[in-house]
Design a protein around this ligand. Sequence first.
Ligand SMILES: Cc1cc2nc3c(=O)[nH]c(=O)nc-3n(C[C@H](O)[C@H](O)[C@H](O)COP(=O)(O)O)c2cc1C
Length: 395
Amino acid sequence: MSPETFNHMVYRDYKDREIMGVYQALPDSVIKLYGAIDNYPTTPILLVALLRSLPPSTTRHTWESCAEVTITNWPDIPIKPAQGVPFYTPAQSPPAGTARNPQTSGKPIPKLFKPLSVRGTTFHNRVGLAPMCQYSADDGYITPWHQAHYGGIAQRGPGLMIIEATGVLPEGRITPGCLGLWKDSQVIPLKQVVDFAHSQGQKIGLQLSHAGRKASTLPPWVGGGVTTNTVGGWTENRDPFPDNEIVPKEMTLQDIQELKDAWVAAVKRGLSAGVDFIEIYAAHGYLLSSFLSASSKISDRISTVVASRIVTGLFSKFLGLRADQGAVDLIDISSGGVHSAQKITSGPAFQVPFAAKVKKAVGDRLLVAAVGMIKHGDIAERILQENDVDVVLVG
Ligand SMILES: Cc1cc2nc3c(=O)[nH]c(=O)nc-3n(C[C@H](O)[C@H](O)[C@H](O)COP(=O)(O)O)c2cc1C
């Protein structure tokens, strides 16, 4: 092997890592590639796909002109399976969404891509999928739609994903097409979505919910009005939103006890599906939010005492949190949806000031997530840096 017949080759893999190898240019555009490739095991197909440039000093061969690529000294490279999931898929290591370390630019890793560890769970970056109803469940059950939807996003590597509002009771769903976890048989399809996310090395949580007076609506694509009982609704449980829309039905103390039991049961079901965390939906005028809102009517306020006990009891079940603390790890700040008279002016990052204010108040005691029209990575990074919040969620 004389030095003349070898050239240095530089190409980059799909994560922009620089990989060096040597190749030998032979007559008739044949390139013989030797196995001494730093950093990365590879295959001829991968090389063809990934080759970007050859150093100027080398003989220029484009891969298109190659009649043949021969690799010698094949190393034994096992493809590792993903661990902890009940099916085979190649392990993703590191998972999609992991920052290159060090960065090719030589600059520090942006905060957006700095891992975040919470109680032994590490999220590999700080951009998460906000929970978003898909209105595509069948009697509360996950369907192939959800598998495709969450699966596709899991492949793209957010630091965390939050599965949409999932009713703890059938009448707690926002629409008849919303997810539910009020019976044990709803766990297995949920687990399939969770397993897939885990197979990609991703973290996935679940938002549990009760829609309260805003239940029994239609999905937005048909206008979001009331779902009547004729088409699967349950308007007898609905309080007016907007006011005077439907005659209200107030919860009794027994209803509240049943609700509390339903929450705890749903948390347990979620954990048995393997979710990494649970988010309690207490925003947007749904049940817990209406209990806690100053705009609620007197009877609601009386219920607040009960509601706060419910919440404390729930948090104690929250991924092993201690009951005496009644604490949460992260609060995800959103606004609106409490009263039809609210006039919200939305725009880029319009809710970030709320998250910033909360972060200022809670400091290191609580992680804070900002959400709402955060559409670009550089804006997300600025939000994290300038407002000291910990996570950015996008929908
Ligand atoms: C179709 C749709 C469904 C939503 N469903 C939920 C939900 O289930 N739970 C929730 O907390 N927020 C829900 N939201 C609010 C989103 O989580 C998020 O806060 C909002 O979309 C703002 O973020 P974005 O501007 O990045 O989309 C929903 C929003 C949309 C557009």
